[in-house]
Structures are given as structure tokens and as C-alpha cells.
Write a protein that binds this ligand. Sequence first.
Ligand code: SF4
Length: 282
Amino acid sequence: MSDQVLRDLVAMGRFLGSLDGIGVKGGKPVKAGSRAPNAAVSASRPAPSTPSARLVVSENQSALEVRPAPPVRTVSTISVDLPSAPARVARDLAATEQALAAIREDIGDCKRCRLCEGRTKIVFGQGSPGAELMFVGEAPGADEDASGLAFVGRAGQLLTDMIEKGMKMKRADVYIANVIKCRPPGNRPPETDEVLNCQPFLEAQIRTIRPRAIVALGATAAKFMTRTADPISRLRSRFASWDGIPVMPTYHPAYLLRNPAAKKDVWADLKLVMDVLGTRGE
Ligand code: SF4
């Protein structure tokens, strides 16, 4: 057994074990790339024999882009489409913070969609302006609506464990935001017009922070970041691209709280993200 495999098993044990404290029991280690039984796409499937291109269609942006498929590399014992993350660059953190503050100022006491009617606080997002990794969720829940901070409830605690116990990063070093900034009533999924109204703010945050990789948490974020209507079970475990930034869709922590068996799939996805960032084994 190689050192890397041993390191993966130890990290996964800590990650899975961390779920016990919040009511989710740990599971058995599995190979990277394993997925839900009904998933349609497997990371372990053979790579296509001919280069492919991906048509990216945005309903709310005029451009249609055809992007070449990323190169196929071998990771551990499986073959996956593993793109290159943008290079690490020195950042002007003060300027980035200023730019983020300007976005927040632009949001103001936003009434651009009906979600303003029931919200307590706008949840802008928070984290390091120099973040190399960004997490994008769906929308604030009750705890977030009350506090004004993203991912602070039980799902937020699980996200913290994913980042700190699984990926060995500090939560303060990543950036966390949602597709929309105000809580939908009853935590329903946001509607299309609400997403269209709010999306410029998230897009501006991403362009400002310019992370080297993005993890899209849950169906709404995955569809938004990949600009497809595919279900999360089909999108996860392979990278998409958002303006050159690798995007890994995976299950939302709230889903993991209800379906602990899926945590092994999330761990497999996060390992691929660490591979792209070059942080696995650091
Ligand atoms: S969800 Fe976004 S667009 Fe709608 S009111 Fe809140 S900040 Fe404005």
C-alpha cells in the first residue's frame, strides 16, 4: 500500500469520523470516484477515445462557448478528467477586499426580487479575499438568515469538517457564498427569476476573488456553475469549467446530514479538488 493511499485512508477516516459528532455515523473507506448507485456517470469509466468539446450555454449571457475537453490524467487507480487549476499568483488582498466591499455596497438593501420580503439579513458570503478555493451553496437557511453569515448551521458545521478535517485547510482560508443572497421562504429552492436577479453578485465575487477551484454544493449551485440542467448525481465527480476555473459539483452538506451514505462520494470529489489544487499529501 502506497504512502498516498495510506494518507487518503487516514484523512477519510478523520473526515468520516467527524460526522459522528453531528449525528452522522461514519462509513467504510471507499475508493475515490465511487458514487451513488443511481448515478449515470462514473469517474472510473474509460476516457473517451477521441477528444471532445463541451458546449456551454447560458440563458442569461449572450455568448455560446465551445470549450475543449481537458486532458485526461491518471489519479491513483482511476482515470478522471483532471483540469489544471489557474497558477498561484500573488494577490493584492487589500484591493480584493475593497472590490468585495464595493459589490456588497452595490447590493445595498436589495429589493431586486421578491425574496427581500421575507429575509432578515442579506447573506453576502465570507472568507479570505485571497482564497484559492471557493464553495458555492444554494441559498441561506434560517441560521444564515438570522446571522447574515453563510453556512453557520448544522450543514455549515459539516462543511467546516469537510474543509478542516477532510481537506486539511482552514475554513478562514477559503471563501463561501451562495447563488442567491436571501433566504427563500421555507427553504424552498430559488426560482429562476430570483437566480437571474441575484447571479451578478456571485459572478462578481468569483471574478474578484478568482479562486483556483470552486466546489458547487448541491443541485442549484451545480446547475448554476456548470450551466446545465443535469441532476447533481450526474454532474458530480467530474470537473466543469467556469471561466477557466475548475468547478467540482458535489452533494450539499444538508443532503449529507439526511443521507450519510453519500459522504464517501463527497470525499471522493474533494480528493479530486485537492489533486487539482496540488494540496493532497501536503
Ligand atoms: S435574493 Fe438577491 S436579488 Fe433577491 S433581494 Fe436578495 S440580494 Fe436582491
